[in-house]
Design a protein around this ligand. Structure first.
Ligand code: B16
Ligand code: MG
Length: 215
């Protein structure tokens, strides 16, 4: 039976994609590389380094320069996320976390971001999470299942006892590979492989979600 939930951060609990976009766009402008909002969509759930390589579109740089570019993007991102407040928790997310708590189930974060702790603090939801797996937790990133397996281990639960909530194709793939039950957030084209697909968490009640999951 289900004893815990593991939530992705960006695109599930909040929408930091906009801030990631602005930070990458600023870097791309400085480098004279075209970068659109549509291209940013492809970076959803993709770790920082891989995102940079996608943005560079085959341009090569020495390792030290790549590191400097990643640091520069992150400094812009940190500047933008200073604006994040509890109002930025996506509709339904806080209510679902509270319901999970009240039902005696566990909740963890499973985010590829190295800034995840700062973001959940600013959102005011750190206290509703029993464990945090973030961009520092594992080396193999999504679509490898490692991050979610780490989160489940922190909760003391087996994958079969956990539901992963994800908005990125790579994240859904990672969760399925790990043997988790998966709720996909977003369009079918993106998260259709999940066991249950929802447009967002608005109005999502714990009992309804549990009833819709496969046995
Ligand atoms: P950082 P998630 C992911 O968060 C974002 O979706 C992705 O766009 C970002 O590049 C990645 O985190 C790394 O973030 O640069 O802050 O370490 O969706 O896994 O919560
Ligand atoms: Mg995400």
């Amino acid at each position: 039976s289900i004893k815990g939930f593991i939530f992705d951060l960006d695109g599930v609990l909040t929408d930091t994609a906009e801030y990631h976009y602005r930070a990458w766009k600023r870097l791309a402008d400085e480098l004279g590389i075209p970068f659109t909002r549509e291209e940013n969509e492809a970076l959803r759930g993709i770790p920082r380094r891989e995102s940079l390589l996608l943005l560079l579109k085959g341009r090569t740089f020495p390792e030290a320069t790549l590191n400097e570019l990643m640091e520069r993007k992150n400094s812009y991102y940190l500047e933008y996320i200073r604006e994040i407040s509890p109002r930025d928790v996506l509709p339904g997310a806080r209510e679902l976390l509270s319901e999970i708590r009240a039902a005696g189930l566990k909740a963890a974060l499973g985010s590829a971001s190295k800034n995840a702790r700062e973001v959940i603090e600013r959102l005011g939801i750190a206290g509703l999470l029993d464990a945090v797996a973030d961009g520092y937790s594992v080396t193999r990133q999504k679509p490898a299942p490692d991050l979610f397996l780490h989160a489940a281990a922190l909760l003391g639960l087996a994958p079969a006892e956990c539901v992963v909530v994800e908005d990125a194709a790579a994240g859904v793939e990672a969760a399925l590979a790990g043997g988790f039950t998966v709720i996909g957030i977003g369009p079918h084209e993106r998260v259709g492989k999940a066991h249950v697909v929802l447009p967002n968490l608005a109005g999502a009640r714990l009992a309804d979600l549990l009833a819709r999951l496969p046995m």
